[in-house]
Design a binder for this molecule. Structure first.
Ligand code: G6P
Length: 605
């Protein structure tokens, strides 16, 4: 998705901005651009394609200590040089970069057109540049920008540069994040802290409806109506090195490999071996409040939603509270009934997914009780929820989630045990599950060491165009995640089905060229799942099983995951499926870290 980065200070802005754009590349984009101010003039360069294609125009050589830059993910108008940001007014004095959508762009365009403005791009953003130019009456830039924004309907994170006000940049936020980075006599800003960590750990998150004046020696924030707001800087917990691939060819592979440590951090300080339960300080709900909960509803998008499905299963099994997960993108539009004794949980790696945020706001509006399970500290969803569990998984750069899928499921397992131990989960079962969670990171590490076995299994996908992934109960959620990973990065058609439903339809599609991956734990549904295997193989379909050690089922390929405890086994069964998708994509030579058409964090509707 779109990204913004800005700098004002004592150094040359262009190299800092270009480096910032590289940091934002992981989010997914289709064009990039930069504007630098110097001696009353703006130098602008923008181009369709990657940041390195923008670099071919040599914007690094632009002189000036004040600038803004952008990576665009097309919404209004195709990806092109002209539609790339920044957008300027007719005179070229002002430039704007913008994330989000100006919903009344057509009406504003018509008004500006009547005043003689000629538009050069198809974007909604260009209206902002012209509007600011027309409204500038010599007031401070933030006053002019605020005046323009009062006429705008829609969502934005934006930054404005004026060549004739060389000591000031202005940023504003309404629905799309902006973070200020505080340096030593220099200031940075970005839509994502990833672009700031190299320079500073001290940040300020703008809130919706806020506008900030940014100067080399500091910043001021106010509402669009001009009332000053007071911000407290916070610290980004991430190290710059976390954004480097190191020895790995892909961030995805690096992040799969980090899972043992990431899970250790999610568990850290949260296991209680005295009362055989878990502690989750951030949920800020007393035991008494938690006892009132009669239902749990988990909301998220993509892999976050699927991780929520694993979590819902755990909560229902361990705490005996009815629980389910639903795509936040569906929930937010269906005028859902909000119940006072339901605990709503928003799950999001980035904490910025627009649909998930909108679901949180809808629940809050209707008086529901909400908490977040989020990776990025200080992100919008985390702040909007006000309480919850941070994953502490470290930054995830690959577009597809791997370590945060696992860590989210682990965080929800912690919650499930916590809720369970307040109710009927016995001391013995609590102790058994806490011990299993303690053992989890080493078990994950053990599976990762056996990567060559999975690379070999991936060879079975050569020449394949379709695959099925099946499983039962939590195994179905794991199968769904396995299929999602495969389609996202290898572009193979992969469909997940409950194993029990296969015979009610998809069996018609089983043939020798269509493999089925089955999640096959040795639980009480094992023999039922074996029947599914036989049904598939009887139709000539090859079967690959992700299963537990024991007497080997008759299948065409198999990977054995060590058994942990039945309730928590899904957390381990997922790991080989991540590696399988990775190796199939590797064989097919796709762009694994930035799959076509996808974005890391979808911050628009
Ligand atoms: C996008 C990404 C997915 C991700 C989903 C939710 O669609 O491509 O990989 O699972 O957003 O993201 P979140 O940050 O809310 O977990």
């Amino acid at each position: 998705m779109c990204g913004i980065v800005g700098y004002i200070g004592k150094r040359q802005a262009a190299p800092i901005l270009i480096e910032g754009l590289h940091r934002l590349e992981y989010r997914g984009y289709d064009s990039a651009g930069i504007a630098v101010g110097n001696k009353g003039r703006l130098k602008v360069a923008k181009r369709k394609g990657r940041v390195r294609e923008l670099e071919a125009l040599e914007p690094q050589k632009f002189r000036g200590v004040q600038g803004i830059a952008h990576t665009r993910w097309a919404t209004h108008g195709e990806p092109s040089d002209l539609n790339a940001h920044p957008h300027s007014d007719t005179s070229g004095r002002y430039a704007v970069v913008h994330n989000g959508i100006v919903e009344n762009a057509a009406a504003l365009k018509a008004q500006l057109g009547q005043r003689g403005v000629v538009f050069r791009s198809e974007t909604d953003t260009e209206v902002l540049a012209h509007l600011i130019a027309l409204l500038d009456d010599g007031s401070p830039l933030e006053t002019v920008v605020a005046e323009a924004l009062r006429r705008v309907v829609g969502a934005y994170g934006l930054a404005v540069i004026d060549a004739e006000r060389p000591d000031t940049l202005v940023v504003a936020r309404n629905g799309s994040p902006i973070v200020l980075g505080i340096g030593d006599k220099e200031m940075f800003f970005a839509s994502d802290p990833a672009a700031l960590v190299r320079h500073t750990a001290s940040v300020v998150h703008l809130d919706d409806g806020e506008i900030a004046t940014v100067r080399a020696d500091g910043y001021e924030t106010r509402t669009l109506d001009g009332a000053a707001t007071i911000k407290t800087p916070s610290t980004i917990p991430w190290k710059d090195e976390a954004f480097d691939k190191g020895q790995f060819t892909h961030f995805m592979r690096k992040e799969i490999g980090e899972q043992a440590d990431a899970v250790r951090r999610t568990l850290s300080g949260r296991l209680d071996t005295r009362f055989h339960t878990t502690h989750l300080g951030g949920i800020e709900l007393e035991a008494r409040d938690l006892l009132d909960i009669r239902r749990v509803k988990i909301l998220g998008c993509g892999a976050a939603y699927l991780s929520g499905r694993v979590g819902a299963h755990l909560i229902e099994q361990l705490a005996r509270i009815p629980a389910d997960a639903e795509p936040a993108s569906e929930f937010r539009y269906r005028n859902a009934v909000i119940e006072r004794d339901t605990l709503y949980i928003a799950v999001s790696q980035s904490g910025e997914t627009f649909d998930t945020l909108a679901a949180v706001q809808e629940i809050k509006r209707k008086g529901g009780r909400i908490m977040g399970v989020v990776n990025v500290v200080g992100s919008t969803i985390a702040r909007e929820c006000g309480r919850g569990v941070y994953l502490h998984a470290g930054p995830e750069v690959a577009v597809v989630s791997t370590k945060t899928f696992t860590c989210t499921a682990v965080a929800l397992a912690l919650l499930a045990i916590h809720l369970g131990r307040l109710r009927d989960l016995s001391v013995a079962n609590g102790a058994r599950l806490v011990a299993a969670l303690q053992a989890l990171p080493d078990r994950i590490a053990g599976i990762l060491e056996r990567e060559p076995e999975i690379a070999k299994l991936a060879g079975r996908f050569q020449g394949v165009e379709h695959a099925f992934y099946v499983g039962r109960a939590a195994g179905h959620a794991i199968a769904s995640e396995g299929a999602l990973k495969l389609k996202e990065i290898s572009y193979l058609h992969a469909e997940a089905y409950p194993a029990s439903e296969l015979k009610h339809g998809p069996l018609a599609l089983i043939e020798p060229g269509t493999p089925t991956v089955i999640v096959l734990p040795r639980d009480d549904l094992y023999s039922k799942s074996l029947s599914t295997v036989e049904e598939i193989r009887a139709r000539g379909g090859p079967v690959i099983a992700i299963t537990h050690p024991g007497e080997r089922p008759a299948v065409d390929g198999l990977f054995e995951v060590p058994a942990l405890e039945p309730e928590l086994d899904p957390l381990l069964l997922n790991i080989p499926l991540q590696l399988l998708a990775y190796h199939v994509a590797l064989q097919r030579g796709t762009d694994i870290d930035q799959p076509r058409n996808l974005a890391k964090s979808v911050t628009v509707e």
